[in-house]
Design a protein around this ligand. Structure first.
Ligand code: GAR
Length: 320
């Protein structure tokens, strides 16, 4: 199994980074830590990472503009070729430019149950509000601080004698469980047939008159009225021993299919049984699926299966 390459960015203690690093040493971990980067050359986490043989990079942000620092951070991270970047106690705001470059691959851990208490002093605020529980969240990073999609959370009960420090210490224990597990699930999501199905579903439903239909028990999408609904896409989850979690779409025929498979065998395949009836397989359990290409194929396959009254409408809309 190729493991996802992860760069971790820290500012201080780095206990979450250590949790990620040691979790990556477990057999079967789907990720490895390839770089620990910091805006603080004295961050204790750097020494720990070096001791474990992990590459480190640091540069003090002092005296640099935010743009200049983020550019240097970006270059350092990019040269480690990571699949994901995990912020772990990184205490600086990132420029929108940095966030955009790593969109969808940038995760953060935050010490509250988001959407509650974005920003700082989360434990103090939870205690002052009289909350029964605090906790931690791992979320995707977007331009707006602590507002991206939440990927995982653990709630931590608040005790009557808690101080911000005592609560923070317990939340930290929860963080050390949450971050490695959530990161592992995130970097492995492309092997999860349910996740793939949900993404295809989002795209397929943008097309007119689409409904769900199964094909020999496999999830599929059809176009047309209830009576005439015709399948145009099917998910074949490692069908009959195949390696692929594939999306099956209608190609024009065997010649086109063979040509595509020869040109790009990493993406296209001839699906067992289905291939003979003109279904082409697209391997979707890959870390680098091009979802725009998947959208194009879904649209094309939809067009091949849709009744003329719908394809005419579609053409009219495109011309308009
Ligand atoms: C963690 O509690 C993390 O959630 C928090 O800083 C601590 C870092 O500890 N992050 C934030 O507050 C981000 N806004 P660590 O350096 O020991 O991992």
């Amino acid at each position: 199994m190729t493991r996802a390459r992860v760069a971790v960015v820290i500012s201080g203690e780095g206990s979450n980074m250590a949790a990620l690093l040691y979790a990556s040493c477990l057999p079967g971990s789907p990720f490895e830590v390839v770089l620990v980067a910091s805006n603080n050359p004295d961050a204790p986490g750097l020494t720990l990472a070096q001791g474990e043989g992990v590459a480190t990079w640091s540069l003090s942000h002092k005296g640099l503009s935010r743009e200049a620092f983020d550019e240097a951070l970006h270059q350092a991270i990019a040269s480690a070729r990571p699949d994901a970047v995990a912020l772990a106690g990184y205490m600086r705001l990132l420029t929108p430019g940095f966030v955009q470059r790593w969109r969808g691959r940038l995760l953060n851990i935050h010490p509250s149950l988001l959407p509650r208490y974005r920003g700082l002093d989360t434990h103090q605020r939870a205690l002052e509000a009289g909350d029964a529980e605090g906790g931690c969240s791992v979320h995707l990073v977007t331009e707006e601080v602590d507002a991206g999609e939440v990927l995982g959370q653990i709630a931590v009960a608040i005790q009557s004698d808690d101080t911000p420090e005592s609560l923070a210490a317990r939340v930290r224990l929860a963080e050390h469980q949450l971050y490695p597990a959530t990161l592992a699930a995130y970097v492995s999501r492309h092997q999860d047939a349910g996740w793939i199905e949900a993404r295809v579903d989002e795209i397929a439903r943008e097309l007119p008159e689409v409904s769900r239909k199964t094909s020999h028990g496999a999830p599929g999408w059809a176009v047309g009225t209830e009576k005439t609904a015709k399948l145009f896409a099917i998910i074949a989850d490692r069908h009959h021993g195949e390696e692929a979690i594939g999306l099956l779409v209608k190609a024009s025929g065997a010649d086109e299919m063979n040509g595509l498979i020869e040109a790009d065998p990493g993406l296209y395949y001839w699906p067992k049984y289905y291939g003979a009836s003109g279904w082409l397989g697209l391997k979707l359990n890959r870390p680098d699926t091009d979802w725009t290409q998947v959208r194009d194929w879904l649209e094309r396959s939809w067009q091949a299966a849709a009744p003329p009254r719908l394809t005419k409408l579609m053409r009219a809309a495109e011309e308009f």
